[in-house]
Design a protein. Structure first.
Length: 568
């Protein structure tokens, strides 16, 4: 492994990630961007290629954008995927076609997971500070006050790290070593999942069949691949399900010539609804399926894991690089648990609605769903996926200056419209903000309203300062500041957001969650509260802070206004 020249005494690496699935790969990319010395290990000898996730949401694509890989991922996706639910007579029960793209990307995207995972793996080649080792299971780990000793399979494979993150799936060895529970249930229902090349249907339609005879799913994904899923009845064995004749029988309901399909891979799955008793124990942490498992019905297992990586990644980087205290990592469990639990409950509920094989129960369900669809507000609620729980952190690495019950944007994700700068046109906002903290002001100069002392502290943290303006004022030089990026509200989306919120100053975390927001005059007070609540150490990464790690020192951004960039 190449070194960045700042070795931590007594530690081979800063972070060991166990498991090279999508969560581990995403986390490794986030840490690599921040110069964190990372070792990614996996017991397998290559990436998994059997059927798994087929749905990416807008939050995951935004995370891939933040690690500079979204352009590599997009060719393997089908954006704006419409999903229809049918009854046993193939009549439409409901449809999901959310038009909203407030976070910069479509809400529903079909995708080929093995190909996207391969792009995440290839992205690690950019970083000298990240190493991947295959065929290296973690066999033991021992932690003490200043680190973790990790035993890996292979000759003399012992590594000393500051933290270990288990992204090693539902049977997580990391979780077992932590000694935490994995509470919940496992469904007795099994599903046959098969991916087929040269899509025998060919159209972009995707559907879920709430058919009491045999519930099913048919999902169009990229590159001529179609996913089929069929419930396996209790009197049918796994061996039967793996018989080609059984698959032909299932496909005969959907495909004219089921004996002529090109099967890529197939697998029998059981659905789980489980969550770990703790996501952190000292220097050991859990993410993805190691922390929570959920049924597939909302396509949120994959996306929940990517949310974990986005939430945990910047916090680990800040702690390792001397920019925050270790207690910041406690906010990971505080923030992610409630939302993961909500996703598990939603996915479990939807599965119960789809899966009844009792015809009387299915008929009653169909009547209820159709009755609800007559009401326009309820129909929009389903069509636009408003039922999907969105992250909203009431506690953790946030500061609420108003009561939690008030309509405060704190703890939610900030929007991402397309904007203009003095040197760029029609770009997504996050690409202007950079990968680290950002302070945004509507109609004000951030330096003037923060004051020199608070401004200097956020600058020392590597924050980027952004003055948001109506497009008509983009090139007005009256408030120009060498450390502030001027952003023109190209679409009007930013003004619309500030129109419905009283707050005009927004402090954004690297994961684009709003850490704090207030009116302009209160920004110095909120700044002090945030630095304290997030345990941030301004300037702590610019010199050796005692842990041997150094965060990249911010360099001027390529802007005519001389804006300060976040860590590269």
């Amino acid at each position: 492994m190449a070194s960045d020249g700042h070795q931590t005494p007594g530690h081979d690496v800063d972070v060991v990630i166990v498991g090279a699935g999508p969560v581990g790969l995403t986390l490794a990319n986030i840490l690599g961007l921040q110069g964190v010395r990372t070792l990614l290990v996996d017991e397998r000898d290559t990436l998994i290629d059997y059927p798994r996730g087929v749905g990416l949401d807008d939050e995951s694509l935004r995370t891939f954008q933040s690690i500079g890989l979204v352009d590599r991922v997009l060719p393997h996706t089908v954006p704006n995927q419409i999903l229809r639910f049918f009854d046993g007579n193939r009549r439409v029960l409901a449809e999901m076609a959310p038009p909203d793209s407030r976070f910069g990307w479509p809400k529903r995207n079909g995708f080929v997971q093995p190909l996207v995972d391969a792009e995440l793996l290839a992205g690690l080649d950019r970083f000298d500070c990240v190493e991947v080792r295959w065929s290296r299971p973690m066999t033991a780990c021992r932690q003490n006050a200043d680190g973790v000793t990790v035993d890996l399979g292979g000759e003399g494979a012992t590594v000393r790290a500051r933290y270990v993150v288990g992204c090693d799936g539902g049977r997580s060895m990391t979780r077992r070593m932590m000694g935490v529970s994995f509470d919940g249930t496992t469904s007795s229902t099994r599903w046959l999942v098969v991916d087929i090349a040269n899509d025998p249907l060919g159209h972009p339609n995707s559907e879920v069949g709430a058919d009491p005879e045999r519930p099913y799913a048919s999902i169009s994904i990229a590159h001529g691949i179609r996913r089929f899923e069929f419930m396996i009845h209790a009197d049918e064995t796994d061996e039967q399900a793996e018989d080609p004749a059984f698959l032909e029988q299932m496909l005969a309901r959907m495909v004219p010539r089921p004996d002529r399909v090109d099967v890529i891979r197939r697998r029998v799955y059981t659905h789980h609804s489980r969550i770990a008793g703790a996501f952190r124990s000292g220097r050991l942490l859990l993410a993805g399926d190691a922390a929570h498992l959920m049924p597939v019905w909302q396509g949120q297992g994959y996306n929940s894991g990517i949310r974990d990586a986005a939430n945990l990644g910047w916090k680990l980087a800040a702690v390792v690089n001397g920019r925050a205290h270790d207690t910041l990592l406690d906010t990971y469990d505080v923030e992610r648990r409630k939302h993961a639990r909500a996703m598990i409950d939603l996915s479990t509920m939807v599965g119960r609605v789809i899966s009844p094989t009792n015809r009387r129960v299915a008929t009653a369900r169909d009547l209820l769903v159709r009755s609800a669809s007559i009401v326009p507000t309820l129909k929009r609620y389903v069509l636009e996926m408003r039922f999907k729980p969105m992250p909203r952190y009431e506690h953790g690495a946030v500061v609420h200056s108003a009561p939690h019950g008030a309509q405060s944007p704190v703890g939610t994700l900030f929007i991402q419209p397309r904007v203009d700068t003095r040197t760029q046109q029609d770009v997504l906002l996050d690409d202007v903000l950079g990968p680290w903290f950002a302070v945004l002001c509507w109609n004000n100069n951030p330096r003037k309203i923060l004051g020199d002392a608070a401004f200097a502290k956020w600058k020392a943290l590597g924050a980027r300062f952004v003055a948001l303006r109506p497009q008509t004022q983009l090139h007005w030089p009256g408030h120009d500041d060498p450390d502030v990026v001027i952003v023109g509200d190209r679409t009007g989306g930013l003004k619309s957001w500030f129109d419905v919120h009283s707050e005009s100053v927004v402090f954004l975390r690297p994961d684009r969650c709003i850490a704090g927001a207030c009116i302009a005059q209160l920004s110095p007070d909120l700044s002090a509260s945030l630095l304290d609540a997030l345990t941030l150490i301004p300037g702590g990464g610019d010199v050796d802070s005692g842990n041997g790690s150094v965060l990249y020192v911010p360099q001027p951004a390529p802007e005519s206004s001389g804006a300060v960039a976040g860590p590269a």
